[in-house]
Write a protein that binds this ligand. Structure first.
Ligand code: AGP
Length: 611
């Protein structure tokens, strides 16, 4: 949802800002822009419609030399994608601002400012911030104080970067509801929406807290003030994942690289969390054991792919712990009159930890008497992590492709750890715990074997390239896997896809089935297999072409109109994790065949920090 970069350095900052934008392009890519203060004290701006490459071309023709600057890659909320609406936005010639988030009271502020003679040149909500800052900085004379003053008038979510021609080599940042980190260099300082943007210049970061504002100045001087205006020290943390995450390596797309990283990241998600025969409950924090003993209900809240992970977890948690579980999308949950029975654990799932609806749901839940909140998240230092009582990091490493892959399978791995930790505290049979722990140890190896099917899955993909619709079927914990498969196909290939629990087919969707509707199903060796086979017969009898990913032991054979790919046998509980992988690969290859932008599909952004 828009990416921000800022820099103050001895060297020219254009290259740092541009590289930062390229690394943030996953957050939005409909237009991009940059403003640098020239050594002569002028603000110079370049903006371009489209991807960062378009801005790069402009900068090659007309570079922006200088030691301080801000830059932005946009995902449109207010105002269509256009050069005029691209950031940075200026008030006059002396002040420029970049913004990620939404200003909810922008219409009233715009009317007020227009009444005072300010002329607006864009349709964005951001431009009100530029004019408010211009007015305030004239009044108070100092940019950091002006930013603090203006923040009090803004409703909504924001991360900001600001420069002023009259303050040489200074960049101001601020955040509330949208992420912003400070990169700590050697005599240099940087700002960005995500540490990834700055890994080429530093691996040390300060994660700003809600309401913080920061002043970066020459010599790497960083001054942070909190929401109440007091100067505060914030811890400098070292980024642990290395810079490899920011490059595609030998892979054609980030998505393919991230799919192939799954054996390694699932192993990382398990590392240090498995005892010999059970899960180490302390993985969830020192208070977890006492707390898990009091859990009587669980509410899981998340969005998109993370929501699908929550749906799978419901099957696991109810089966192995006997605790009733409710799963809901965050955008619905946060506006409902939720009934919270005593002893309910509130669980959020999020790759980014910054998804606006999930974060709002957590804040909404706080006042509703939950036993505690647990965040299962991939980004340390994210808002969700900071604001939850317990956390479990999924250890997937940075995920760049907009379509979530390794983040999902590590979420599932973490949710199985939660199931077994809760199960342990609540007396789950020791033998059953040991069997599942052993199965988890073997999971990375099985995922690696599924990845070897890649060429066969690529060949299957050719059958989809000309299709306009597809149906995904699954039963039990594999219904959410079917939903996830359909979401992947939709978002990167733009083929309309729907998912159903296979038993629901005859209640309506069967009417859609004909030779033009490919039907994809996952068929692990579980207690619902025979029922699933009957459902697949119903499809075949109507001329539907079937694509089945089946356990090697279930005896499903290829025949006319039925394509079968066999997966290695896996413990039934872990099958949802394994069966996700071929669906990811299928969507990937169909998208490549269709020639879509796999890593940055149209209209989407990686981190949805607006409502
Ligand atoms: C899935 O491929 C999407 N990237 C999207 O559904 C995503 O899972 C959703 O926006 C939630 O994001 P989060 O996990 O960062 O909260």
């Amino acid at each position: 949802m828009c990416g921000i970069v800022g820099a103050v350095a001895e060297r020219n900052v254009q290259g740092i800002l541009l590289e930062g934008l390229k690394r943030l392009e996953y957050r939005g890519y409909d237009s991009a822009g940059m403003t640098v203060r020239s050594p002569q004290g002028q603000l110079q701006r370049q903006r371009a419609l489209g991807k960062v490459a378009a801005l790069e071309e402009r900068l090659a023709a007309e570079p922006l030399p200088g030691h301080s600057g801000i830059a932005h890659t946009r995902w449109a909320t207010h105002g269509r994608p256009s050069e005029q609406n691209a950031h940075p936005h200026q008030s006059g010639e002396r002040l420029a601002v970049v913004h990620n988030g939404i200003i909810e009271n922008h219409e009233a502020l715009r009317r007020e400012l227009e009444g005072e003679g300010y002329v607006f040149t864009s349709e964005t909500d951001t431009e009100v911030i530029a004019h408010l800052l211009e007015r305030e900085s004239r009044r108070v004379g100092d940019l950091l104080t002006a930013v603090q003053g203006v923040l009090a008038h803004l409703d909504g979510a924001y991360a900001l970067g600001v420069i002023h021609a009259d303050e040489p080599d200074v960049v101001i940042g601020a955040r509330k509801g949208s992420p912003l980190v400070v990169g700590v260099g050697i005599d240099e300082a940087f700002l960005a929406s995500d540490p990834l943007a700055l890994l080429q210049v530093t691996d040390r970061f300060v994660y700003l807290q809600e309401g913080d504002a920061v002043r970066l100045s020459r010599g790497g001087v960083i001054k942070v003030v909190d929401a109440d205006g007091y100067a505060v020290e914030r811890e400098v943390q070292t980024f642990e994942h290395g810079d490899g995450a920011a490059s595609k390596g030998d892979y054609r797309h980030f998505m393919l690289k991230e799919i192939h990283e799954q054996p390694a990241v699932i192993a990382a998600a398990l590392e240090g969390r498995l005892g010999e025969r059970s899960v180490l409950v302390e993985s969830f924090g020192p208070d977890a054991e006492a707390l898990f003993g009091q859990v009587k209900q669980i509410h899981i809240v998340a969005c998109g792919t993370s929501y699908h992970a929550g749906m799978v977890a419901r099957y696991w948690l109810e089966r192995y712990t006997g605790v009733p579980v409710q799963v809901e999308v965050a955008s619905e949950y946060r506006y409902r009159q939720v009934v919270v029975p005593e002893g309910t654990l509130f669980v959020t799932l999020s790759q980014s930890g910054e998804t606006a609806d999930t974060l709002a749901a957590l804040r909404f839940a706080r006042a509703r008497g939950y036993l505690a909140s647990l965040a299962i998240c991939n980004v340390p230092g994210s808002s969700l992590v900071r604001e939850s009582d317990l956390t479990l990091m999924t250890q997937a490493g940075p995920e760049i492709g907009v379509a979530s892959t390794k983040a999902f399978t590590t979420q599932l791995t973490a949710l199985m750890l939660l199931t077994l930790a809760l199960g342990r505290v609540r007396g789950l049979d020791a033998g059953e715990q040991a069997t599942l722990v052993e199965a988890l140890r073997g999971l990375p190896g099985l995922v690696a074997r599924v990845l070897e099917l890649d060429p066969a899955i690529e060949a299957l993909g050719t059958a989809f390239a000309e299709k306009h619709h597809a149906l995904f079927l699954g039963r039990g914990a594999h219904f959410p896997i079917a939903l996830e498969g359909a979401l992947k196909l939709k978002e990167i290939s733009y083929i309309h896809a729907e998912a159903y629990p296979a038993g629901e087919l005859k209640h309506g969707p069967l009417a859609l089935v004909d030779s033009e509707m490919p039907v994809i199903s996952v068929a692990p060796n579980d207690e619902l297999l025979d029922k699933l086979k009957s459902n697949l017969q119903e499809v075949r009898a109507r001329g539907g072409e079937l694509f089945v990913f089946a356990d090697e032991q279930v005896g499903l054979a290829e025949e006319e109109g039925v394509h079968v790919l066999h997966l290695p046998h896996v413990h039934e509980a872990l099958a949802p994790i394994l069966y996700t992988v071929p669906l990811q690969l299928l969507s990937y290859h169909v998208a490549v065949l269709k020639g879509t932008d796999v890593d940055q599909p149209r209209n989407l952004a990686k981190s949805v920090t607006v409502e």
